[in-house]
Design a protein around this ligand. Structure first.
Ligand code: 5GP
Ligand code: MN
Length: 339
């Protein structure tokens, strides 16, 4: 991290009072954790902060400290626009391309406020006045912790802020199992535990709060699983009909794609999920183990991106259309998949 960037951030904060913080659409634990950690911290240092999310996060994040103050652009558009107009600084967290926040992106783009990106995805776009982009760090929350420490604000990190940061590190590392986890990650976790957080409680709130619908959706995806012999790949799908039958709620499908990687000799797992609100859209999640780049694959063929081992994307049409396209492309990657 550039020390110069920390200086610039401190100056910007000292000159500005009205701040906006924005996570990506369909915010996950890292997006919500980092936005709420930053928002709680900046409120403590006397700023006027609005956290504006493009839409609602899944229910298992609703305990995060400060959650009740989040504004939602999709349901409170006018109010959000007013706040952005009155702002001086806009933080964008856990994404690096304004197309990740839908229509809100145009408003941010045309705003006169200074923009600050804090993110850990690959290939950052050049929209911010100040960019903290660290793709080798496993979560935006871990990066944010480092920024807070570099700014000398360690004493402002209380138990609430620690819970938020722990949430993002835990969810973006698959509970500390991915190769992005370093000894530094564990040192940070140790510091958060010393602030008095209950990690078992956070784990239970996020992972052991399933509805029956979530387990049924998982069952449906697993029973639709296909393994592609010779390409070390597995894929699953969820059709709109099934989602409706099982009373699908947002967030129910999160993490299902990882099950594909638990198969012996599978290093690439993909799930195709038909959009319950749009009959011409399929959301796709990609996960890999080792060097196979999900980010590149998702970006090249499925309007998406993300990280080397975890990326997302989308396709027009239904699940079958997306799967057919995928099965046509995949053999071109044989060498990369089986090496
Ligand atoms: P998921 O499959 O869980 O939605 O996303 C996996 C990772 O890829 C996350 O880090 C997420 O932020 C990123 N991601 C998901 N969808 C997109 C997308 O459409 N574009 C880009 N650039 N990244 C995405
Ligand atoms: Mn993240």
């Amino acid at each position: 991290m550039k020390i110069e960037n920390i200086k610039v951030l401190k100056t910007l904060l000292s000159e500005s009072r009205n701040l906006i913080i924005i996570p990506h659409t369909n915010p996950d634990g890292d997006a919500i954790g980092s936005c709420l950690a930053l928002s709680n911290l900046l409120k403590k240092s006397g700023h006027n902060v609005s956290l504006i999310s493009p839409n609602k996060p899944p229910h298992f994040l609703n305990w995060t400290p400060g959650f009740e103050d989040i504004l939602y652009f999709d349901s409170e558009t006018k109010n959000c626009e007013k706040k952005i107009k009155a702002s001086e600084l806009i933080f964008t967290l856990d994404f690096n391309d304004l197309n990740r926040i839908g229509e809100l992106g145009d408003i941010v783009k045309s705003s006169k406020s200074k923009k600050i990106m804090i993110d850990h995805h690959q290939n950052p776009k050049d929209y911010a006045d100040l960019t903290f982009s660290e793709p080798e760090i496993g979560s935006t929350c871990e990066l944010l912790f480092e920024i807070i420490i570099s700014m000398g604000y360690e004493d402002l990190i209380d138990q609430s802020i620690s819970k938020c940061i722990y949430l993002g590190i835990m969810t973006d590392t698959g509970s500390f199992q991915y190769s992005s986890v370093t000894s530094r990650t564990h040192q940070i976790i140790a510091q958060l535990i010393d602030k008095g957080i209950d990690q078992n409680e956070i784990h239970n709130k996020v992972y052991n709060d399933s509805s029956a619908s979530r387990l049924k959706v998982l069952g449906s995806a697993l029973s639709n699983m296909n393994q592609i012999e010779g390409l070390k790949t597995a894929y699953m799908f969820l059709k709109r009909n099934d989602l409706e039958k099982f009373d699908y709620q947002k967030g129910d499908s999160e993490g299902i794609v990882n099950y594909g990687l638990s198969l012996k000799d599978v290093i690439f797992s993909v799930i195709f999920i038909e959009d319950i609100n749009d009959s011409n859209n399929v959301k796709i999640s990609f996960r890999s183990q080792g060097d196979f780049s999900c980010n590149e694959f998702a970006g090249k063929y499925f309007n998406g991106g993300g990280h080397g081992n975890a990326a997302g994307g989308r396709n027009d049409g239904n699940a079958e259309d997306a799967i057919n396209k995928f099965l046509k492309i995949l053999p071109n990657y044989k060498e990369k998949l089986i090496k």
